[in-house]
Design a binder for this molecule. Structure first.
Ligand SMILES: NC(=O)C1=CN([C@@H]2O[C@H](COP(=O)(O)OP(=O)(O)OC[C@H]3O[C@@H](n4cnc5c(N)ncnc54)[C@H](O)[C@@H]3O)[C@@H](O)[C@H]2O)[C@H](O)CC1
Ligand SMILES: [K+]
Length: 537
């Protein structure tokens, strides 16, 4: 599913209006109709209901005024409009046009420029339905003054039982970041137009939006295809994977062969988890390479389907640069590799040398994770040029701390502008970059962005990242493009975690191995959803 930034949406609207001749007032009318239809579906008692509509001075407020008119005309709703604006002169042209219509239809309209209004609070609290048409995609920053008190009144009414509907996006939330920097509306449902705005998929806005409905408003479909961001769907995953693993002439060789370079003393479990997850994700063959002194340990903890190899090690039992030739030869036998989980000892110069050389020369598609990322970020410029120089596809899978080190910034800075930083990293390192989080983001150097909507807080558990590494390596080894492998991998991994939590009946006790075990179910569910046999969650 495509998702839009506010700027892309403005541009799509402009082209709809100028190139396709659809007047902007028609778009607004369609937007209002979609909200009213949704309300009619969700609230069987809409006829005669008490509805308060809070409108701002921009086009979001214009939508609200059009909604007010339709509710009054078609459903005889008892509508009160609250304009949070100084006077009609402050309104956008389309909002002004709708104000004029609303006035001529005899609707009740109150004006509050700023400050707290007792009447507003009372009106909202005694309404069955409250419509938030205060601010839409034009909003940035934090709400203050009259807008902030209006939002507080809407939320108080919502807490008291009113059904709160947000128009396009909950007011106070930023459409491009999902950030909430001050008071923001908590809605039961959000009706957004043409395409979901990126912010609706990102936290905390995603949580405030409630159920998100996308209303078609007459935008030419071709214009909706031109946006840069998307959210992965089950159908995407099903489409990307089965062509490679469900062919009639299936054989082991077709499923790919992943080689995982991982593990150090005390961290052999990370290696075993990555390898097993590659097997569960459908890799035909999996080889786990560990420092040679840990080979026996690896063989005892790894799943028996996993082949193992021991490579020359440093005195601290991490890979030595002497392991390089063997490692490259092993990698070359497979269709994709992964390096990083549990490597340990990032300060060890011999390990650093191994990682740098391996990354530069590994001839097959490669996932770089965890300590391998930390080695690269010891000298970020050198790390970036090593990755950029690679001949085969690459996916980096940093968590926010690792991303900060890769870019030479603080973790908090990463989290404040996740979209921006993941895109920047993809450009800098010239490869697909997956930034982990409650909404994992994937960027590719061509500027495309994917938002992952599966996963749950139970997955914030040791080893979950190692599992993801094995999953993505499998998809790379089945010849998916780097961005698709990362997107499909994040989706399947998150869904496996969701299914595991459902099955366990709670999130707290989820362990990484559960994610591994639910991978087959997750992929199966994607296929069933894609075939229309079951509906999406
Ligand atoms: N295709 C579509 O999606 C359509 C959407 N429509 C609706 O139009 C709005 C966007 O309208 P716009 O006039 O651009 O912006 P807003 O209504 O969100 O108003 C912005 C308003 O707020 C001011 N502002 C910005 N930041 C702040 C702040 N921190 N504090 C206070 N005020 C702020 C800004 O200066 C503007 O005056 C979209 O969401 C849809 O609802 C169309 O109706 C149809 C097509
Ligand atoms: K709104």
């Amino acid at each position: 599913m495509n998702v839009a930034t506010s700027q892309e949406m403005r541009e799509i609207d402009r082209r709809t209006i100028e190139e396709f001749g659809v007047p902007s007032l028609i778009l607004m009318e369609n937007a209002a109709t979609r909200v009213v239809e949704t309300l009619a579906q969700r609230r069987p008692t809409l006829r005669g209901a008490r509805v308060a509509i809070v409108c701002g001075k921009g086009n979001n407020g214009g939508d609200g005024l059009a909604i007010a008119r339709h509710l009054a005309v078609r459903f005889h709703a008892r509508v009160t409009v609250w304009m949070i604006a100084p006077d009609p002169g402050a309104l956008s042209p389309d909002a002004a046009a709708n104000l004029e219509m609303a006035e001529k239809f005899g609707l009740t309209i109150h004006w509050i420029a700023d400050g707290v209004s007792v009447e507003l609070g009372q009106s909202l609290a005694s309404s069955d339905i409250v419509i938030d048409a205060l601010l839409g995609t034009g909003f940035r920053g934090a709400l203050e003054g009259g807008g902030a008190s209006a939002v507080e009144a809407i939320n108080a009414a919502g807490s008291a039982g009113a059904y709160v509907v947000a128009v396009d996006i909950p007011s106070g939330a930023e459409a491009d970041t999902g950030n909430v920097n001050g008071p923001a509306v908590r809605a039961a449902i959000t009706v957004t137009f043409a395409l979901p705005k990126i912010g609706l998929l990102l936290f905390p806005a995603a949580e405030l939006a409630g159920e998100v409905i996308v209303g078609e408003i007459g935008t030419p479909p071709a214009l909706l295809e031109g946006v840069r961001a998307r959210a992965t769907s089950a159908a995407d995953v099903a489409q990307w994977i089965p062509a490679r693993i469900n062919g009639r002439d299936s054989n082991k060789g077709k499923f790919g062969h992943v080689t995982v370079f991982a593990g150090s003393a005390g961290l052999i479990g990370a290696a075993a988890l990555s390898a097993e997850s590659a097997a569960r994700m459908g890799s035909g063959l999996v080889t786990l390479a560990v420092p040679e002194g840990l080979l026996t340990a690896a063989m005892s903890v790894a799943n028996p389907v996993v082949m193992t190899a021991g490579l020359p090690q440093t005195p601290k039992q991490t890979f030595s640069s002497r392991a390089l030739d063997d490692a490259l030869a092993l990698a070359e036998k497979g269709t994709a590799a992964a390096i990083g989980p549990g490597l340990g000892g990032v300060k060890d110069e011999d390990l650093q040398k191994f990682v740098r050389e391996f990354v530069a020369r590994c001839p097959v598609p490669l996932v770089i994770d965890a300590d391998a990322l930390n080695v690269l970020s010891l000298e970020p410029d050198r790390g970036a040029s090593l990755v950029r120089g690679r001949k085969a596809a690459t996916v980096l899978t940093p968590h926010p701390g690792e991303m900060g080190r890769l870019l030479g910034i603080e973790t908090a800075q990463v989290q404040e502008r996740r979209l921006e930083h993941v895109r920047h990293a993809a450009e800098t390192y010239g490869c697909a970059v997956l930034l982990k989080g409650s909404r994992t983001l994937i960027a590719t150097p061509d500027g495309r962005l994917t938002i992952n909507t599966t996963s749950n807080p139970g997955m914030a558990t040791g080893g979950a990242g190692d599992v993801l590494t094995g999953v993505i390596a499998t998809l790379l080894g089945q010849k998916l493009a780097a961005g698709d492998a990362a997107a499909a991998g994040a989706y399947a991994h998150g869904l496996a975690g969701d299914l595991a939590v459902l099955s366990l009946g709670g999130a707290a006790g989820l362990i990484a191995k559960d994610i591994v075990d639910y991978l087959p179910k997750a992929i199966g569910k994607c296929q069933l959803e894609s075939d229309g046999i079951i509906s999406g969650s």
